[in-house]
Design a protein. Sequence first.
Length: 368
Amino acid sequence: MLNFCCPVCKEELKLDGRTYRCINNHCFDCAKQGYVNLLQSNKSKSKRHGDDKLMIEARTEFLNTDSYKPLCDLMCKLLQKYIPQNACVLDAGCGDCYYTGKIEKALADKNASIAGIDISKFALIAAAKRSKNIRLAVASVFALPTADFSCDAVLNVFSPFAPEEYARVLKSGGVLLRVIPLENHLFSLKKAVYDNPLKNPKENTDIDGFILAESKELKYSITLDDNREIESLFKMTPYYYKTSRTDQQKLEKLNFTLLNVRLVLVQITQLLVCLRKLLLFICQFEVKVAEFMLQVTESGRKLGTITFLISKLSMKFCNGLLFFRFEISDHRSQTFHTSFCHCLFRLQVTENLLMLLNFFLKRKAPGI
């Protein structure tokens, strides 16, 4: 099962009744609708987070017409192909869970554990009505409340893009499924409203540390002959709040629009997972060294022995890094080289601290 992590200490949260609790006793109560708020508002200057109630209501009303069902069906098909049995799936920016709810049903035979996060509490209030089996949390895609290497798949559907966070939470071989609006997506909608409509900018689909597994382009027209549907579609886009009332009234003449998106499914590389695990090990290693240095006055002989053993361990680790360097040297991505150098530098700094600590201990206790 995919569990959330505490936003304070990063430890795993366990659900006890209607309260999420970590081992450090940080508690987060579920709202009556079933979601939990894990967004640390004190770190944000904004008082309003994400889509407001009007936008969510409009989105839910429009998506319930199933105009985007072909897109959802294709997403389900790709996930069924790539995720393993008992997979953990995270929808990062789930909105009202229109796609997430249908994916949950499509993956029932795989016994998948599904969670969704969104920065808007209004989105999750609507999402909770779609399914009682999807774990929901108010959180940011730039600080996902899940542990490292905990997800088999992450979904990014018309939501902010945070590749570093996706790489952190994905397991080795895990997949990231993106839905990207192409140049002509909803262009007839913009054409009806604006005198000089602009096409969507072309988005780069290359992501450091991921390899392309599959890419699909979806293009079809949808008929909208109901003014209420047209208005709901427009309200769920960012254009609505930037458009004058006069221009909004032009939408009454619209009877179709064009959906044009690309589904990109990319797979995380083993190399990136190794680098993430390496950095995690170094962080734990640094914590241990700091603990020993704090205890330096307690027992010179004992600490000297332990630090010597840790120093030997780090030397072996550095030897492993030298072997790992050959893997990285053949990779074109500058990110890998930078990450590797960062890891090596931190290890060397920590080893220097250990050498100084050993020197200090031997001065205090010459018999070590």
